[in-house]
Design a binder for this molecule. Structure first.
Ligand code: ZN
Ligand code: ZN
Length: 260
């Protein structure tokens, strides 16, 4: 699998960090993990094959994670690059994704689900233990302590390589168990210290969870601007000796069973 960081930031506008979105290439197809308002532009900017995107994951309904979904569907509907597309697009999202899209759709009769290609939207509840994300790509989800609908996801390809994407979460040892042994753990690390809310992580939380999960590689993301002046990887190393990488927009990682 190959991961491209499209957005390592948060809801706060930032000159170098777009809001949350990740491009994941798998043997089963290309997947967009979260779809912030910046996602469509960032895919184009990284020269990714966005017209052939196979699936989109929406972790929760905060707009820095889903605010680009309707605009992307509007773009796919009208882009010259997608007029001859025939393969399906699958959207797998937390509870409320359908409602969000239909509210926008009805506000101006956009016809977002009326695409040239087959289009499927499926809501995933926390009780969905294991399901097929794409043929050949298994998924499991975990209900994170962030919002009522927020979900982390674990994706495993045919070769057994696995990535876990926390999206936004508070501290949770159960999540660490869910993420155990992943080849890549994409973990939010919103704040350095003295976090203002229990619904996000600060560095010590993230590294305690990494210690429990022992991923082959850890990617810290969802970085608020307070991180700008701080050596994230250096600080992380003082708390966990494993392979920690600070996300930045444009970073790409190869993920396989023997590590990235
Ligand atoms: Zn967020
Ligand atoms: Zn959030």
């Amino acid at each position: 699998m190959r991961l491209v960081v499209l957005g390592s930031g948060t809801s706060v506008p930032h000159p170098k960090r777009a809001s949350a979105a990740f491009w994941l290439e798998t043997s089963a197809g290309a997947v967009l993990l979260d779809c912030s308002a910046d996602a469509a532009h960032r895919m184009a900017q990284e020269n990714l094959d966005w017209p052939n995107l196979d699936a989109i994951w929406i972790s929760h309904l905060h707009l820095d994670h889903c605010g680009g979904l309707a605009p992307l569907l509007f773009g796919l509907k009208w882009s010259p690059q997608t007029q001859t597309r025939t393969k399906p697009l699958r959207i797998l999202g937390c509870g409320g994704t359908r409602n969000l899209l239909s509210a926008i759709d009805q506000s101006n009769d956009y016809g977002l689900s009326d695409q040239k290609f087959p289009f499927e939207l499926r809501e995933i509840g926390a009780s969905a233990r294991s399901f097929e994300f794409l043929p050949g790509l298994r998924a499991q989800v975990f209900s994170t302590p962030h919002t009522r609908e927020s979900l982390a996801i674990r994706l495993t390809d045919r070769d057994g390589a696995s990535i876990v994407y926390s999206s936004d979460t508070g501290y949770s040892e159960e999540f660490a168990s869910f993420a155990r042994g992943a080849d890549l753990l994409i973990l939010e690390c919103s704040f350095w210290k003295n976090k203002p809310t229990v619904k996000h992580l600060e560095l010590s939380d993230a590294m305690s969870m990494a210690q429990l999960a022992t991923p082959r590689a850890l990617l810290l993301t969802h970085l608020y601007p307070e991180w700008d002046a701080i050596d994230i990887e250096g600080e992380a190393k003082t708390l966990w000796a494993g392979n920690t990488i600070a996300a930045r927009d444009g970073l790409f990682l190869e993920i396989d069973k023997s590590g990235q």
